[in-house]
Design a protein around this ligand. Structure first.
Ligand code: LCS
Length: 393
């Protein structure tokens, strides 16, 4: 059969009737351990001489996890993957697998606040050198790549400024040295951006967001070559960063509609972005689908759609922003993103509150920035809610 298109892969990739029962839908293998046929088989599995399940913390976890990573690998165009208990667990698993004391990590300066804190506080405490670099400036990236740079971490579009960097150019630079390039593709999803095709060594997601899609789970996933994923094994197997079987099942279920949801998220977000950009009380809007986006050319080059996330500032700054957020009736005032419902939040005092103010300001995470995760409701209703809240300012 010819290579299936993205939407068909969302529905079918990794899926097979359950071998033990013929169940059409992948069952939740809610088990911590697996029975061996013999003591010899148990020994062979532990020795890595025979494939098969052992214990749910150990790769390949359970058959439910296996379907999820196969589906994600198909969607990202990678060989295989590994699931984690959260997006942060995925980033931790990759970082601890790649980096040793004395190594250098180059990261995008604008990243999710938790990622910033992991890199700036935890990894540096372990003796890993970290540079946060404006990755929209390729010269700066080149200048900050060092002999000991082992990992380049890109988040694009970045949380929450929506800054976009040139994945192909930076991966090529990383490849000239000894560095492995990792892309956090949480905002774009594989529907709109395929970092592995652009030269990344691995791509990761917070599944908590669009992969699950319904704001009802925590999860993470990494996709890459078989060798890359195999190298995660010592850390994954010993740290217990593992996803739970029920969460893996929810991710599989979520992924079956990823293509439909993302299309609606993106259409709605473009309409909301245009509405906000034209509104006299709005000072600025950042959405990759607007020609006013500072990296619009790179967006057009490396993304096939613009996603559901945007940020904006209100004339009147944070006070007006708070009033707006408190006046909304349909949109939920909550962190996280990528849910079917529209979520609004204030990064400087919420998701990025742990980033020191001077670092935040340098990275354009200004106090007036309001972040909107546009849901899949009817766009008129989202716009009407924003409109009535803006009227109250
Ligand atoms: N990467 C990105 C781009 C994220 O936005 C987040 C979480 C993570 C990784 C971590 O994933 P988690 O461990 O939460 O599954 N972003 C959040 C946010 O903006 N609000 O709440 C969480």
């Amino acid at each position: 059969m010819k290579k299936m298109k993205f939407g068909t892969l969302c529905v079918h990739a990794g899926e097979r009737p359950d071998p033990s029962s013929g169940a059409h839908t992948t069952p939740i293998y809610q088990t911590s351990t697996f029975v061996f046929d013999s003591a010899e088989q148990g020994a062979a599995r532990f020795a890595g001489e025979e494939d098969g399940y052992i214990y749910a913390r150990l790769i390949p976890n359970t058959p439910t996890h296996a379907v999820l990573v196969e589906k994600m690998a198909a969607l990202e165009g990678g060989e295989t993957g590994q699931s984690f208990s959260s997006g942060m667990a995925a980033i931790t698993g990759v970082a601890l697998s790649l980096l040793n004391k004395g190594d250098h990590l180059l990261s995008t300066d604008v990243v999710y606040g938790g990622t910033y804190e992991l890199f700036a506080s935890v990894l540096t405490r372990l003796g890993i050198e970290v540079s946060f670099v404006d990755t929209t400036d390729l010269e700066k990236v080149q200048r900050n790549l060092k002999k000991n740079t082992r990992m380049v971490f890109l988040e694009t579009p970045a949380n929450p400024t929506m800054k976009v960097c040139d994945i192909a150019a930076i991966c090529a630079m990383a490849g000239q040295g000894d560095a492995v390039a990792i892309v956090d593709n949480t905002f774009a999803t594989p529907m709109f951006q395929k970092p592995l095709q652009l030269g990344a060594d691995a791509v990761l997601h917070s599944c908590t967001k669009y992969i699950g899609g319904h704001a009802d789970l925590l999860g993470g996933v990494v996709v890459g070559s078989r060798e890359f994923i195999k190298n995660l094994m010592p850390v994954v197997n010993t740290t217990g960063l593992t996803m739970a079987p029920h969460e893996a099942w929810l991710c599989i279920r979520g992924l079956k509609t990823l293509h439909l949801r993302m299309e609606r998220h993106a259409n709605n977000a473009l309409e909301v972005a245009r509405f906000l950009e034209a509104h006299r009380k709005i000072a600025w809007v950042r959405y990759p689908g607007l020609p006013s986006h500072p990296q619009y050319e790179i967006v057009r080059k490396q993304m096939t759609g613009f996603g559901g996330m945007l940020s904006f500032g209100i004339a009147g700054g944070i006070e007006a922003g708070r009033k707006l957020m408190n006046s909304l009736e349909l949109c939920s005032l909550a962190v996280s993103l990528g849910a079917v419902d529209t979520l609004i939040s204030h990064p400087a005092s919420m998701t990025h509150a742990g980033v020191p103010k001077e670092v935040r300001i340098k990275a354009s995470i200004t106090d007036d920035l309001v972040r909107l995760s546009v849901g899949i409701e009817e766009s008129e209703d989202i716009i009407a809610d924003l409109d009535q809240a803006l009227d109250r300012l």
